[in-house]
Design a protein around this ligand. Sequence first.
Ligand code: UDB
Ligand code: ZN
Length: 185
Amino acid sequence: MILMKDIVRDGDPVLRQEAAKVSFPLSEEDQKLADNLMEYLKVSQDPDLCKKYGLRAGVGLAAPQVGASKMMAAVLVPSEEGTKSPFTDVIINPVIISHSVQSGALTEGEGCLSVDKEVPGFVPRHDRITLRYQDTTGETHKVRLKNYPAIVCQHEIDHLHGILFYDHINHDNPYEVDEGTIMFE
Ligand code: UDB
Ligand code: ZN
């Protein structure tokens, strides 16, 4: 089981590398990696287990964050959270094939399981994306995502290209975003 000690922190070069494409059928190692990434999210979102294992409750975890430079990330956006539409899958070789002109950003800014310090500021992203990815069986999916699930997927896909959330924050003006940017929780 993945614990906080297994999560690679900012400063480790693996977080700045371009991850390698994953081939199918998945190797046993890659299947286990997929299972472990999703398991972390599930366990961390259970308040009792989260506390018991000293985790940070996560909505997404990318393979490079556990030291595996592979194009794979788990996403678990729970449905209970009022306005947030759910999205759960292990996304492999994901590509954003189109996106809205409109930007979106979280009112609270972003954090990252690999970044221990808080970095204040808005992180401008696409409000809507069409995402193509393969699941663990190798089946290709094309999904349209908006708002929160779209933000989480963009954050995780960034990890596969060596990008961290604070790279997107305007350094001179951390709380400045383009006119018309949709802000949501
Ligand atoms: C997170 N968690 O997992 F709506 F159960 C953040 C951390 C960095 C604060 C742990 C989070 O947003 N928690 C959350 C939200 C919910 C329901 C719930 C837990 N990430 C994932 C990450 O670092 N992936 O690499 C950071 C998010 C910031 C914006 C999108 C991902
Ligand atoms: Zn992250």
